[in-house]
Ligand binder design. Structure first.
Ligand code: CA
Length: 237
């Protein structure tokens, strides 16, 4: 077995915490629990978990504020938002404030375990790659933008840019098919390749907007990821 990873569960419904703890422990994860947002934020800071499962509706501080606060502090721990089915806008909001992924309740435990594993592996890979070495091996894709696909790092003018997993995947997908226009539905299928088909395609717009804010000098006048009105998005070279 690999080194044991720690998952912080921030959720106020005790029966959900119990079932999450049970299933995660069975997969050899260590768990820490918090039953309100303030305690969740505190434990995220002090316990250094490898991933956070974050409910939205929480006492004292809602999940979005917990995630937003962590990102403002420069904490890039992978965050999976747990959202109720009726709260459609949660998905969009969650991505806007820097969550890596979200899962809709009621969720399948198998899917949840798979996503926990995938998000932890990705994050470990990124932090294992030193930033200097990463830049050395980064391939220029367009203008002053370069990508190291080994370390999953993106640079603009030699400076590393912090992207979430989904932002990185969207960027590399578009950049590997330069000037080809993809509709939002295409991108949902190609980039959000599990469980997202049929969901609101605004998720794509939100992720593109966040990506532009990070990689473009002037996000209002992008030069890398462009919109073809009525058709979709493409990476311009
Ligand atoms: Ca709740």
């Amino acid at each position: 077995m690999n080194e044991q990873k720690t998952v912080l569960i921030v959720e106020d419904e005790k029966n959900i915490v119990d079932i999450l703890r049970f299933n995660l422990m069975r997969e050899n994860y260590k768990t820490i629990e918090a039953y309100d947002g303030e305690d969740g934020l505190e434990k995220a800071r002090t316990e250094n978990p490898d991933l956070i499962l974050l409910d939205v509706m929480l006492p004292k501080m809602i999940g979005f504020d917990v995630c937003r606060q962590l990102r403002q502090e420069g904490n890039n721990v992978p965050v999976i938002i747990l959202t109720a089915r009726e709260e459609e806008t949660d998905k969009v909001l969650g991505l806007e404030i820097g969550a890596d992924d979200y899962i809709t309740k009621p969720f399948s435990m198998r899917e949840l375990i798979a996503r926990v594993g995938a998000n932890i592996r990705r994050s470990a890979m990124i932090s294992a790659a030193g930033s200097a070495a990463g830049e050395d091996k980064a391939m220029p894709v367009s203008g002053d933008l370069s990508i190291n696909t080994d370390s999953h790092q993106v640079f603009r003018a030699g400076k590393a840019i912090d992207l979430t997993q989904r932002e990185y995947e969207l960027l590399t997908f578009l950049a590997s098919h330069p000037n080809k226009v993809y509709s939002r539905v295409d991108l949902m299928e190609q980039v959000w390749n599990y469980g997202y088909v049929g969901d609101d395609v605004r998720t794509v717009d939100v992720t593109v907007r966040r990506l532009r804010e990070k990689i473009e000098k002037d996000p209002a006048n992008p030069v890398y990821i462009l919109t073809r009105r009525g058709a979709g998005y493409y990476f311009a070279v």
